[in-house]
Design a protein around this ligand. Structure first.
Ligand SMILES: *Cc1c(COP(=O)(O)O)cnc(C)c1O
Length: 278
């Protein structure tokens, strides 16, 4: 799907709101139904219908559709922070007795989640040098359920061979997840390489204006349904319709911002490589 179409049109139904080019903020907790039958039908699909804003909201849904399309996945959920998105994704596939293989030095609160929090619930983990596919394979145990990646990763910017990771994980029957915040969908679509779950801190590049804290999980409809009914609805770390509208606005300039960052970074690299240390 064309990037500009996704950003500027996908999920928007302008004919239903006076042809406004900027989607309305549907600041409503509940949605009304004409009949009990219509309500019953909607409640059978809370992930896609509009019943109650903890589950789904029209403004938030526009954003979900755009994010899923940007990452070339079937569906997406948005959370009140990147950390909430990471926790929900990992917790959806790690129960008592399971093991997570994670690249070393991921985002600090991901370390905290694995080391201090999930350990309380009997989920163990191993941090590995993600640059080595052999190191990843060696770390996989019989009870490993999740391979968690961050490429490039926080602070050290190490990268992983995503295709090799996906193949390895499939061989062992484990789900792959990646924090794709640093690359953004402009420079990397992990689903192209077979990665199952793509996570973002939308606080960073996706929103881009330092006025929203938000997280994203993109995955297959099946994986999203599981996260929706287990972690998303129970923990309830949702975004407000107002924040969703800000993020839709932020996305409109995603490509422009990222291409400029790319150019500026090149200049800084050139400057530093020619810099003589005294
Ligand atoms: C900031 C960040 C997070 C956490 O996101 P919040 O929105 O601050 O909760 C996760 N991963 C990466 C790579 C980040 O930079």
């Amino acid at each position: 799907m064309d990037f500009d179409y996704i950003i500027n049109h996908l999920g928007e139904e302008r004919e239903n709101y006076f042809n406004a080019v900027s989607p309305p903020i549907i600041q409503s907790s509940n949605f009304a139904f004409d009949s009990i039958e219509a309500f019953r039908e909607a409640i059978s699909d809370e992930r896609n219908k509009h019943i109650y804003t903890r589950g789904n909201n029209p403004t938030v849904q526009i954003l979900r559709k755009k994010l899923a399309a940007l990452e070339k996945t079937e569906d997406a959920l948005v959370f009140s922070s990147g950390s909430a998105a990471i926790a929900a994704a990992i917790m959806s596939h790690a129960k008592n007795g399971d093991h997570v293989v994670c690249v070393r030095k991921p985002y600090s609160w991901t370390v905290k989640l694995l080391e201090d929090y999930l350990s309380k619930y009997g989920v163990s983990h191993t941090f590995v040098d993600g640059r080595s596919i052999d190191a990843i394979e060696l770390a996989i145990e019989k009870n490993t359920t999740v391979l968690y990646l961050e490429s490039p990763n926080t602070a050290t910017f190490e990268i992983q061979d995503l295709r090799a990771c996906a193949v390895l994980a499939q061989k062992h029957g484990i789900i792959t997840m990646i924090d794709n915040s640093y690359a953004s969908p402009i420079f990397q679509n992990p689903s192209d390489f077979g990665i199952d779950v793509i996570i973002h801190s939308a606080t960073k590049y996706l929103n881009g204006h330092s006025d929203v804290v938000m997280g994203v999980v993109c995955a297959s409809s099946k994986a999203i349904e599981k996260i929706f009914y287990e972690e998303f609805m129970t923990i309830g770390a949702i975004v407000s319709p107002h924040d969703a509208a800000l993020a839709i606005r932020g996305l409109r300039t995603l490509k422009t911002r990222l291409l400029q960052i790319d150019q500026t970074t090149q200049k800084i690299i050139e400057f530093l490589s020619n810099h003589q240390s005294r």
